[in-house]
Design a protein around this ligand. Structure first.
Ligand code: AKB
Length: 324
């Protein structure tokens, strides 16, 4: 746990605060910097969760928000992910690129000190080793999401070089946490599986049993995000994006780990269009550059992840039952 430090000069804007990662990141940022330093925003206002309504596609609205609240740092998490993007590629491209340009342009205009821009393992595709994929390889993605993130990485480097905008980025693997649901991604099965287990349901997996993908536990993902933003500017040597790894596993491996704790758990495999997306991604990635440059170190392996996820997701459903 970080100690709460109140630093009044820091005003942090989180865009996409209601999403899978945003939900958890906002709480951690409040913990670290104090609640009054964090502005949680999303397309839809949610007063219960303290989320203000802000559409990243509305440039004037974004600029007014940044100016009014004297924003010094932005975490731009809003994006259409891999599976959802394939349903409507042009729309996904417009949102992912339009939102990014609005953030970068407004950040330059109002002299925002730092911007966090998440990239993803979806930037990888053909012509690369799919095991221990290095940071610097040709990026030939198969999805519109991947294409938009490759372009975004290049624009991040461009804004840094041309305008001195301090953009920092990591390539997230599949993120697994109990606090929020995943949505629109290809790695979502690894969150959904715990909800099926807690509800005593047979899990219908949309990937085939041996499709191994890079994954990370939410705590590690949040720590990496905050750590790269807190690192000294000189430590950040890669201005496109850093590979980030936690662990790698396939559906059968995570199911087996769950079955060690619940022998009655059952899984069925019915691969759909997401199988082809997963097959185009690395099975594991090499994150040694992040380790070397800003001290990245994941804490959770598959067994630790399954332990905490089963415990916490089950708690959610039993407290739900209790409240009925
Ligand atoms: C997705 O599956 O699209 C995301 C990602 C790996 O970026 N979780």
């Amino acid at each position: 746990m970080h100690q709460t430090i109140h630093m009044s000069q820091k005003n942090i804007l989180v865009i996409g605060a209601g999403g899978q990662i945003g939900t958890v990141l906002v709480e951690k940022l409040k913990d670290v910097y104090g609640a009054s330093s964090v502005f949680a925003t999303d397309l839809k206002e949610n007063t219960e969760k303290g989320i203000l309504g802000l559409d990243v596609m509305d440039r004037a609205g974004l600029e007014a928000f940044i100016e009014k609240n004297k924003i010094t740092e932005i975490y731009h998490l809003a994006a259409i992910l891999s599976a959802r993007g394939e349903q409507n590629p042009k729309w996904a491209w417009d949102i992912n690129m339009g939102g990014l340009f609005n953030v970068f342009e407004s950040a330059v205009k109002f002299k925002v000190k730092k911007v966090f821009y998440p990239s993803t393992i979806a930037v990888f595709g053909q012509h690369i080793p799919l095991e221990s994929t290095p940071n610097h390889v040709p990026l030939v993605p198969a999805t519109v999401y991947g294409i938009s993130k490759v372009a975004g990485e290049l624009w991040a480097e461009y804004y840094f070089t041309k305008y001195g905008l301090d953009v920092r980025s990591v390539r997230y693997p599949g993120v697994i946490g109990y606090q929020s649901l995943a949505g629109g991604g290809t790695t979502d099965y690894a969150v959904d599986i715990f909800h099926a287990e807690a509800k005593n349901e047979v899990f219908n997996c949309f990937l085939s049993e041996h499709t191994k993908l890079p994954m990370i536990y939410m705590d590690d993902c949040i720590n990496a995000t905050i750590d790269i933003m807190r690192a000294p500017k000189e430590a950040i040597k890669i201005r496109t994006s850093y590979n980030l790894a936690g662990m790698s596993f396939s559906p059968v491996e995570i199911a087996t780990e769950i079955q060690k704790r619940n022998p009655n758990f059952k899984i069925e495999y019915n691969p759909d269009f997401r199988q082809a997306i997963a097959a185009s991604w690395p099975a594991s990635i090499d994150d040694s550059e992040a380790k070397k440059d800003w001290g990245w170190q994941p804490k959770y392996n598959l067994s630790a992840l399954v332990e905490v996820m089963m415990t916490e997701v089950r708690k959610k459903y039993s407290s739900l039952k209790d409240s009925l």
